[in-house]
Design a protein around this ligand. Structure first.
Ligand code: ATP
Ligand code: MG
Length: 558
């Protein structure tokens, strides 16, 4: 069973445990540092669960820090959505380990500047007049810039004038003076500041120089007293620069250390915000929280719970090796939880009519049904039964193949929690379509009746027509139809055209009192949750996941 493990074990947690044993830090402080340029996705959830998980397990805190050093891109909407998503994911689990929320890297711009001045004073940084292209080319070649040996005084003067706005975009940069021949290209005098005459969403027009990622990130970690700065593998090559910055500024201990882990990649999905934003902007999905999107808000809307995402994050674990996680594992984690927690109900997604000719007209019986066979405390409920019923369209065939054990002319089937019925005749419209199945019911065959134990091969679900409530049901499926939409060609050409189907369903009466926070299993169909678009008049349901993995079968076939 995939319940949430209390404390997973991995190489990063081993480091933290060892640091605690060695009393290296007073308190463990991690951070989650999103760039507010999109909504969070399930990959971020992995990082949030890791950073907050460590804070929770080692009695520390985790800061949320908006990495908003890039002026043109950030938007307040994204900051808000990020906070909502993180809070939702950690609520009741690690929320009392939330440190600063949120911090903004842009709040440290003054400090970053002072540290840069300090670095120049120590002769460890210089203003360079080469263009970005020249800088790149020289770095690739391991060639020194002609401005490398400027005096401290000249560098201080030029840097102050860069800040004062005297030079146009791209005219000059501030570069660390490290080693133009270093084996690690990141150490070849990397750029620390560039000129951008652009408004920032929080600092306005105060700045026209903006710090580069490594400078801002390392110093933000230091300023906040981060102990373990955990990031994805792409940043492994940045680590020497991270350490160089802390050393060069001679910052007193305790210092943060950077650790890298493999990012989450999932089959049948794209993960990067750059691609997700295309899906949104080109209206290929209905916004960031479209239930097919693997954004945290999309998954939430689809009905996936925070505990499912946490269990998933814990079960995939933390490693150093890039890998691809099977979407089936995420879906399995959903089924595993919902099987234990979901309230069972009857609903018919594509209703067709059955009339029980020997059942009295106007009569309604209340039959007992089990709310959750996995949970003895969930109890039972009454479901109304009458002469006219709805059954699922594919639970009836007029001319069935052999071994079809659902309803067919002359055949018998059991109605879940109710009677055995037999189809005697079909009524057709002018065009020859079956519009009604006329059946007789074995009135002795319900639970406790004389023929209750009679065996028939099929059992189907149903809803009493007189008592049914109408609902819109949105049947969601995987957004992409191929395992690796990202591996070549245009990922948008692999969108699964069957990823959303909307049907008008008939639901049992008890669903009138359905609650948004509760999860439901519509028996034989899948797990469902109410969509926030629901109103008092009309319920809208989202299928979170089917009961069984239909994709595995497809994959085997092909
Ligand atoms: P994307 O590539 O999707 O745009 P990003 O890395 O640019 O993501 P950030 O906002 O910079 O997004 O990420 C915030 C944090 O989340 C970082 O620490 C990053 O390492 C982590 N993160 C991002 N994507 C993943 C992923 N797929 N798996 C695990 N962690 C991730
Ligand atoms: Mg990023």
């Amino acid at each position: 069973m995939m319940t949430e493990p209390e404390r997973p074990s991995d190489f990063i947690r081993d480091v933290v445990a060892e640091d605690i044993r060695a009393a290296k830090y007073e308190k463990i402080v991690t951070r989650f540092p999103p760039e507010p340029n999109g909504y969070l996705h399930i990959g971020h959830a992995k990082s949030i669960c890791l950073n907050f998980g460590i804070a929770r397990e080692f009695v520390g805190i985790c800061n949320i820090r908006m990495d908003d050093t890039n002026p043109a891109k950030e938007e307040a909407e994204y900051v808000e959505s990020i906070m909502t998503d993180v809070r939702w994911l950690i609520e009741g689990w690690a929320d009392n380990h939330l440190g600063g929320a949120p911090f903004y890297a842009s709040d440290y711009f003054d400090k970053f500047y002072e540290y840069a001045v300090d670095l120049i004073r120590q002769g460890k940084a210089y203003v360079c007049d080469m263009t970005p292209e020249e800088t790149d080319a020289y770095r690739r070649l391991g060639k020194a810039s002609g401005f490398r040996d400027r005096s401290v005084e000249e560098n201080l003067d030029l840097f102050a004038r860069m800040k004062a706005g005297e030079f146009p975009d791209g005219a000059r940069t501030l570069r660390a003076k490290i080693d133009v021949n270093a084996a690690n290209v990141w150490l070849r005098d990397p750029v620390l500041y560039r000129i951008r005459h652009a408004s920032h969403h929080r600092t306005g027009d105060k700045w026209c120089i903006y710090p580069m990622y490594d400078w801002a990130h390392t110093l933000s970690d230091y300023i906040e007293g981060i102990t373990h700065s955990i990031c994805t593998l792409e940043f492994e090559v940045h680590r020497s620069l991270y350490d160089w910055i802390l050393d060069a500024l001679e910052l007193p201990e305790p210092r943060p250390h950077q650790y890298e882990f493999a990012r989450l990649n999932l089959t049948y999905s794209v993960m990067s915000k750059r691609k997700l934003v295309q899906l949104v902007n080109e209206k290929l999905v209905n916004g960031w929280d479209d239930p097919r999107m693997l954004t945290i808000s999309g998954l939430r809307r689809r009905g996936v719970t925070a505990s499912v995402l946490r269990a998933f994050a814990y079960n995939i674990g933390i490693t150093k090796y890039p890998s691809m996680t099977d979407m089936a594992l995420l879906e399995h984690t959903m089924r595993d939880e919902f099987n234990r927690t979901a309230t069972r109900r009857l609903a018919v997604l594509r209703p067709i009519k059955v009339v029980l000719t020997n059942y009295p007209e106007g009569k309604t019986e209340q039959l007992e049904a089990i709310n959750n066979p996995e949970d003895a405390n969930a109890g039972t409920r009454k479901i109304p039964f009458g002469r006219e019923l709805y059954i699922e369209r594919n639970d009836f065939m007029e001319t069935p193949p052999p071994k079809y054990f659902r309803l067919k002319p002359g055949g018998e089937v059991r109605l879940k929690y109710a009677y055995i019925i037999k189809c005697d005749e079909v009524v057709k419209d002018g065009a020859g379509n079956v519009i009604e199945r006329r059946c007789t019911v074995d009135l002795d065959s319900k639970s406790g009746g004389p023929t209750a134990g009679r065996k028939v091969k099929g059992t189907i679900h149903w809803v009493s027509a007189a008592d049914a409530i109408d609902a819109e049901v949105r049947l969601y499926d995987r957004l992409f139809s191929v395992p690796e939409p990202d591996s070549g060609g245009d990922f948008k050409s692999f969108i699964n055209s069957g990823s959303l189907e909307v049907v008008n369903a008939k639901c049992e009466l008890a669903l009138a009192g359905a609650r948004p926070e509760e999860r439901y299993q519509f028996e034989r169909l899948g797990y469902f949750a109410l969509d926030p678009d629901s109103t008092g008049e009309k319920q809208i349901w989202n299928r979170t996941i089917t009961l069984r993995d239909t994709w595995a079968k497809e994959a085997k076939k092909s």
